[in-house]
Design a protein around this ligand. Structure first.
Ligand code: MSP
Length: 526
């Protein structure tokens, strides 16, 4: 993705995939959600009009079967399990503007409107489908994709033979149009390698896809044929439109849709590129809706080389390795490390686009190095010395401080990195200011000097650096940023500020009380 495409814009719409409601929320789900949240928070700080959507994918065979197993209706089942995700995101301080559930009436209305349009435009026809189906993936599988014994390679479970009358979407007619669209929008998919993968799917030839089912009734009914419901993936993708008002005929719904579509940023895992980057834009073209403008494809968090899918968790739980991956829920981590430390680790250690290895050692090392020894230590030592040398009142910064130039370049780089949707790079750059401020204190040693203008200048500049750091870390660690802000005596909250202007050197007023407080990030010894 080039810088220009993600420069501050007046509106910023960001989405996560909607999660299968049957899964227990785990850190693999938290990873894209925290990234989307940080991007949304960053754009709010930049003054953009932001809409951040996440939610749950509630239809399909898997859910219908789980409901039967539990002796309840599918609706009762999803009403019972969907709140797990709401709670998980609440526990991670996720600031989504809406939470979409595909069993909601508003979504049914949008799906029916969208697909009726595709039907009216002549892109849907009736046929018979026969093939191997993986309930785990909720997708038909080509024999060539399967492991020996007709096992799904992702779920390591046998696929099932399904044969039924289905409506088909004529995806095969969209190859040239998709190629042309991607040529006109070269920055649509980031990173570059994933764009090539999507183009590879398109150039490899597209087949029509079956988009309805008669074998189950848990789904959105097909408006022109009530024997059928739409196939779960077909309904799920449309959530991105429902969430901003498509299908809502009120003025407010229309206005929101027009404001936020099509300049959306869809975050998605590398396993669902084909659905998002091939099916979805073609579906939009067929429904006379402009295709979504940006896809940010991320890798997987792996534990011991395995992805944390629910099925894999179960298997690994039962093996002898001693790893209990099912314990790696966001809550188990935040209870242990704190919310902001988990958010920081997810953003800082696995760049969007790459796979990342999750381990307790990894998160602990990062926690001690960046949070306890650098950020936490900086705040503690500044507050302590302000207490002993300045009577607890923070002095004003020095306009000639060496840190002024460092801060200017750090702000510039941090802004650019968030603009490129690279939180890890933005945080790396912000930490340079933290390290340089610690280094400045170590070289000036204000704790050894008598109180006076020189000590004031050093401490005032360190407080100003902390103010700027608080602003820059707000998207990643909102509660920590607000706490630093409060302790250095500033009114309001960093999230009320606007960047980059409010990050200009000299904003710390001086003459305000500074509070030491307990360590922000106590050092861990595990
Ligand atoms: N319901 C579909 C998405 C429909 S979007 C219109 C789905 N759900 S999912 O719950 O299985 O996965 C949702 C997202 O979580 C995917 O992007 C997937 O890549 C991501 N992750 C699941 N496990 C993950 C990791 N271990 N690491 C990183 N992301 C992972 O697919």
């Amino acid at each position: 993705m080039t810088v220009s495409t993600l420069c501050p814009v007046s509106s910023f719409y960001v989405t996560t995939p909607i999660y299968y409601v049957n899964d227990v929320p785990h850190i693999g789900h938290a990873y894209p959600t925290v990234n989307a949240d940080a991007l949304a928070r960053w754009h709010r700080l930049m003054g953009d009009d932001v809409f951040f959507l996440t939610g749950t994918d509630e239809h399909g065979e898997k859910v219908a079967r789980a409901a039967i197993e539990h002796g309840v209706t599918p609706q009762e089942w999803v009403d019972r399990v969907a709140p797990r995700f709401v709670e998980a995101w609440h526990g991670l301080d996720i600031s989504n503007d809406d939470f979409i559930r595909t069993s909601e009436r508003r979504h049914h209305r949008a799906v029916q409107k969208f697909l009726q349009r595709i039907h009216d435009n002549g892109w849907i026809e009736l046929g018979t489908y026969a093939g191997w189906y993986c309930v785990g993936c909720e997708a038909y599988k080509d024999e060539s994709e399967l492991l020996e014994g007709r096992i799904c390679p992702d779920h390591l479970r046998p696929v099932e033979w399904l044969e039924e009358e289905n409506y088909f979407f004529k995806l095969s007619a969209f190859g040239d149009r998709l190629e042309k669209w991607y040529a006109e929008h070269p920055d649509a998919i980031a990173p570059e390698g994933k764009r090539n993968e999507a183009l590879g799917f398109i150039r490899g030839g597209l087949q029509d896809i079956s988009i309805t089912r008669t074998s189950i009734s848990w789904g959105v009914p097909v408006p022109w044929d009530d024997r059928h419901v739409f196939y779960v993936w077909y309904d799920a993708l449309i959530n991105y439109l429902t969430g901003i008002g498509y299908g809502d005929e009120t003025d407010a719904g229309q206005a929101r849709y027009e404001k936020f579509w099509p300049v959306v940023h869809h975050l998605l895992g590398k396993d669902i590129i084909r659905f998002h980057c091939v099916w979805w834009p073609a579906m939009c073209m067929a429904a006379d809706v402009e295709p979504p403008r940006h896809f940010l494809v991320h890798g997987w968090l792996l534990v011991g080389g395995s992805r944390l899918s629910k099925t894999r968790i179960k298997e690994l739980d039962n093996d002898d390795s001693g790893i209990r991956l099912s314990d790696i829920t966001p809550k188990s981590l935040t209870d242990d490390f704190g919310v902001d430390a988990v958010r920081y680790h997810l953003l800082r250690d696995t760049p969007l686009g790459a796979d990342g290895d999750f381990s307790y050692e990894g998160i602990t090392i990062r926690y001690n190095a960046d949070l306890a020894n650098n950020l936490g230590n900086l705040l503690a030592r500044v507050a302590t010395v302000v207490g002993s040398k300045c009577g607890g009142i923070g002095p004003a910064p020095d306009p000639r401080s060496r840190l002024c130039a460092t801060s200017e370049s750090v702000v510039q780089e941090t802004v650019a990195a968030w603009g490129r949707a690279q939180p890890y790079a933005a945080l790396e750059s912000t930490w340079l200011l933290i390290r340089e401020t610690n280094a400045e204190l170590e070289s000036q040693e204000p704790w050894k000097s008598d109180p006076g203008p020189q000590v004031d200048a050093v401490l005032g500049s360190a407080l100003e650096a902390l103010r700027i750091v608080a602003l820059l870390v707000t998207p990643a660690m909102p509660a920590t940023a607000a706490e630093i802000w409060r302790r250095i005596g500033l009114p309001g909250a960093p999230s009320d500020c606007r960047l980059p202007d409010d990050a200009a050197w000299g904003g710390y007023p001086g003459g305000v009380p500074v509070e030491k407080g307990p360590p922000l990030f106590p050092r861990r010894h595990d």
